[in-house]
Design a binder for this molecule. Structure first.
Ligand SMILES: [Zn+2]
Length: 453
């Protein structure tokens, strides 16, 4: 696969800091932005890079040379006049390989590119967009996908008020089959953009556009504030720690009675109410080294009280409520099954004894594979004995919260590691424990160091 980088950005919003330096050569912690990008490309084992340059193209050419420094082969196409992100790609179409990864020139990322390409192949996609939840979905371009990961709609910001949109943001990294771009040029406005023009056109044509949901770090550095943010994230190690190449602990979360009020079975988005303090607690996890994954039993589907599309809308609502308060979930896994058949309106194909209904562990194992999780360092927070039992079966420490069922269901005989009043207290407990461990570790290090002096 070839890598195409849109390096024609003028960096107008950064001019106060960078003067006439092209955006790709802006320095972050003493290194050019493009240097970080090319390092990632090389790390992924890719070799062929095409730079699409505009103003400042010669400076970029001078910086990169032929790419030997990174073990890459770098070519460059210079645009005569600014022609928009998609315009630059279409202009260079004769230089594109049959499949390419397109990256914006102002993003800092650490993504497992081979994993994304494997997804693209497995779904026979014509185009795959990397999407992720973020802490400001209200002013981001959002993607609506169906439960088979197919992109159905794009919402360019600003969004209509009072609509529950998914917290799935277009991150600006696409794998595209060149053939999908054939015949587009004549139908586009001047200076076309991928999100506003190309992808809506592809969707209208019925092209297979997929969304690849990733918890990894990818953020643009296009304004002074964002530049500062990615600089500090690179420095703190939070860019690389979120990469799917690295194994990471997770906080598994039950949904009803733990995150949201468990008023019977929730069958409509309007019935979703966050429990007090939930968004704050999740936001704290989002800035820690834990990934977050919801694991929920939703027998409402098997009983025919709610279908998959409605469940999707319920989860959009949950993500919207969290997103409005700067919090997000890395993934949501739901079991639609139920073991006992014989009720009116039920869906007989879902009335099975499955492996994914908690205390079954199939969804936890799926999360472990998809999010590359270290279960031994993970926690499960839930309100029922099925949550605690599932956690114990996979060797994950468990916290029973005294909201929702508060463990009174008594279906499974098991003891949680800890009991907390709510998710807020549970998250406090986990993060404080880590904090005191690291203080202890530092004290140990100091003692050892003192011993060697
Ligand atoms: Zn199931």
């Amino acid at each position: 696969m070839q890598v195409v980088i849109l390096a024609g950005g003028l960096g107008t919003r950064l001019r106060a800091i960078t003067g006439d330096t092209p955006k790709s050569l802006v320095e972050i912690n003493g290194r050019a932005l493009l240097d970080y990008q090319l390092e990632q490309v090389a790390l992924a084992g890719l070799r062929n890079v095409l730079l699409l340059t505009g103003q400042g193209g010669n400076q970029i050419a001078e910086f990169c040379g032929d790419g030997t420094k990174w073990g890459l082969f770098i070519c460059r196409v210079q645009e005569a006049l600014p022609c928009g992100t998609a315009g630059a790609v279409l202009q260079a179409i004769d230089h594109l390989e049959s499949r390419f990864l397109l990256l914006y020139g102002d993003v800092i990322f650490d993504i497992d590119i081979p994993r994304m390409e494997a997804f693209h192949r497995a779904h026979s996609a014509d185009a795959t967009l990397l999407v992720h939840p973020n802490d400001h979905p209200h002013d981001s371009d959002l993607i609506e996908m169906d439960h088979e990961h197919r992109v159905r709609k794009l919402y360019v910001s600003p969004h209509p008020p009072c609509v529950s949109l998914p917290n799935l943001v277009n991150a600006g990294a696409y794998i595209i089959e060149r053939v999908a771009l054939a015949g587009l040029k004549s139908t586009l406005p001047p200076r076309p953009d991928f999100c506003r023009h190309i992808f809506p056109l592809l969707l209208a044509r019925g092209t297979r556009v997929m969304g690849y949901r990733s918890p990894e770090y990818i953020r643009d550095a296009g304004t002074p504030a964002r530049l500062e943010k990615v600089g500090s994230d690179l420095f703190s190690g939070c860019v690389s720690s979120r990469s799917l190449r690295n194994i990471t602990p997770a906080i598994f979360l039950d949904r009803d009675g733990t995150l949201i009020e468990g008023r019977g079975h929730i069958g409509r988005p309007e019935d979703v109410y966050l429990l007090p303090g939930t968004a704050d607690a999740i936001a704290r996890l989002n800035t820690s080294h834990y990934r977050t994954a919801v694991i929920t039993n939703q027998p409402v589907i098997a009983r025919g009280e709610c279908d998959e599309a409605m469940l999707h809308r319920i989860h959009n609502r949950l993500e919207s409520l969290l997103g409005a308060q700067g919090a997000y979930l890395d993934a949501i896994y739901a079991c639609p099954h139920h073991p006992d058949a014989g009720y009116p309106g039920e869906r007989i194909e879902l009335k099975i004894a499955c492996e994914c209904r908690k205390p079954g562990i199939a969804l936890i194992e799926q999360a472990q594979r998809e999010l590359h999780l270290d279960l031994a360092r993970s926690w499960f927070i839930g309100d029922s004995s099925a949550d605690i039992m599932a956690a114990q079966r996979v060797g994950v420490r468990s916290i029973l919260v005294q909201t929702g069922e508060a463990g009174r269901d008594g279906k499974w005989q098991c003891q949680p590691d800890i009991i907390c009043r709510s998710i807020v207290e549970a998250v406090d407990h986990i993060l404080n424990l880590d904090q005191s461990r690291s203080v202890l570790q530092t004290a140990e290090d100091v003692k050892q160091l003192a011993g060697t002096l």
